[in-house]
Design a protein around this ligand. Structure first.
Ligand SMILES: Nc1ncnc2c1ncn2[C@@H]1O[C@H](COP(=O)(O)OP(=O)(O)OP(=O)(O)O)[C@@H](O)[C@H]1O
Ligand SMILES: [Mg+2]
Length: 432
């Protein structure tokens, strides 16, 4: 969970401590540089991890080099600024230009600290939940669930939903677009790689990070406007609302081969920062993931609040879920671990439903290595021809690939109900 960064001059200690105390009472985590220690890399990292920055505006802050560096870094990262005036400082050009436009709060107004906490709380709450659809077993329906359940979520429950194709096989992208479109998008860096590395979306004179498997760019970059990166899946003729896609590409496989752990660490931080940034533009972000544990797995596990693991009613899927739970427990720090929900997918009527009943009764808990029976969603998705993958037709817009919007046909009504039921159950879990 990220924090609010407090940028201050070392002379404003009283104000700093008062605000720190008020944030602590409101259970909002904060970070500030202690006293005069000038540890720039540490401060920069803390800014990169923050969800907003409070700037204490004072006569000494105006003269402070570190406050200026803080604000510059925040600006480069599109971090939300919440300035708080604590004395009658005369602002210089830099402050007038970068800070003044955001300045609404002053310590002279009544309940000034309370107002500041409210403002920070708003920034905190504007961050939407992040889900990862994951199982360390291939072919269990991760891509189908990402597109169809969350397409149904957007169609039935509304809200702004972003789907991200984090699987180097990029099947999710191919659910909506033909290969030519997907590849052209990747060739222009309008794809998932731009969440990890500085690309031509960020600057024209950059070599595309997809072009070389041997180089990793750790150059920092600011988030581009949503519409430069995301593909709008709804568009003309659709029922409306916002369902966007960050398209995938094969070249993100390069991180699995890289051995520069320092560079990968920075690339992961960049990715987390980007996800955090776009969380304020959506009501839900969902990642489709690859079936093996890689660097990408670690990245998305750190970004996600919850993992949804589709599983078939069989022992192979059970093993995938067991490994997944193990990876979450062993690879993700305690405070950052996402919750795990398991969804039965493609459940048939025959002997497999016995497997489902046994799993719900707790008979596989020990084999799973955790309380699978408690992690299981009550709703499940049946096996259905409507959920089988089909190549998108040129003549059809992307949203037509969603079962929730795809015309008429026998059994559609019931499968739509199932998709909506799963979406609603997940929404209840996230709200709770
Ligand atoms: N409920 C279902 N009913 C019928 N077919 C399904 C269902 N769910 C998935 N499928 C089909 O099963 C196949 C595998 O599904 P999908 O591609 O979603 O799995 P995946 O877990 O994303 O695979 P991978 O590990 O390769 O990424 C696809 O052909 C898909 O259409
Ligand atoms: Mg897939």
């Amino acid at each position: 969970m990220s924090h609010v960064y407090i940028s201050h001059s070392s002379q404003d200690l009283d104000a700093l401590l008062e605000i720190h105390e008020a944030l602590r009472m409101a259970a909002i985590p904060d970070w500030y540089a202690p006293n005069d220690t000038e540890d720039r890399p540490k401060a920069d990292q803390a800014i990169d991890d923050a969800f907003a920055m409070i700037v204490l505006v004072s006569a000494s802050a105006v003269r402070s080099k570190s406050v200026r560096q803080d604000v510059e870094r925040a600006k480069a990262r599109n971090l939300r600024l919440i300035p708080f005036q604590i004395d009658k400082a005369r602002l210089n050009g830099f402050f007038k230009h970068e800070v003044l436009p955001h300045l609404k709060l002053s310590s002279t107004s009544t309940d000034a600290t309370g107002q500041l906490v409210d403002e920070v709380q708003k920034a905190y709450k504007r961050k939407c939940p992040v889900l990862a659809v994951m199982n360390l077993k291939g072919g269990v329906g991760k891509t189908t669930v990402t597109s169809q359940v969350f397409g149904a979520w957007q169609g039935a429950l509304g809200g702004r939903v972003l789907l991200v194709d984090l699987d180097p096989q990029y099947n999710l992208t191919q659910t909506f677009f033909d290969m030519e479109h997907a590849d052209a998008s990747a060739a222009a860096d309008r794809s998932v790689i731009s969440l990890f590395e500085r690309s031509r979306l960020h600057s024209r004179d950059v070599v595309s990070p997809g072009e070389s498997w041997l180089t990793l760019s750790t150059e920092p970059f600011a988030a581009v406007p949503r519409t430069d990166l995301m593909h709008d899946l709804m568009g003309t003729g659709s029922p409306g609302g916002r369902l966007d896609l960050v398209s995938g590409q094969f070249e993100i496989s390069k991180y699995a081969f890289a051995n520069d752990s320092g560079a990968l660490q920075k690339i992961k931080s960049q990715f987390l920062r980007m996800v955090d940034h776009y969380r304020s533009e959506y009501d839900l972000i969902v990642f489709d993931t690859n079936p093996n544990a890689t660097f990408l797995t670690r990245c998305v596990l750190e970004a996600a609040d919850r993992v949804v693991a589709p599983m078939h009613a069989d022992v192979y899927s059970l093993r995938g879920v067991r490994l997944l739970n193990q990876v979450i427990a062993e690879q993700v720090e305690a405070g950052k671990r996402p919750a795990l929900s398991v969804l039965f997918n493609a459940v048939g009527r025959s002997e497999q439903s016995t497997f489902e009943a046994d799993a719900r009764n707790g008979q596989y808990d020990s084999k799973a290595g955790f309380a699978l029976s408690k992690a299981l969603l009550k709703s499940a998705l049946p096996r259905s021809g409507h959920l089988m993958v089909k190549a998108p037709k040129d003549s059809e817009p992307p949203w037509r690939q969603l079962v929730i919007h795809s015309g008429r046909g026998g059994g559609l009504k019931s499968i739509r109900e199932s998709l909506k039921t799963v979406a609603m159950e997940l929404q209840t879990l996230l709200d709770g």
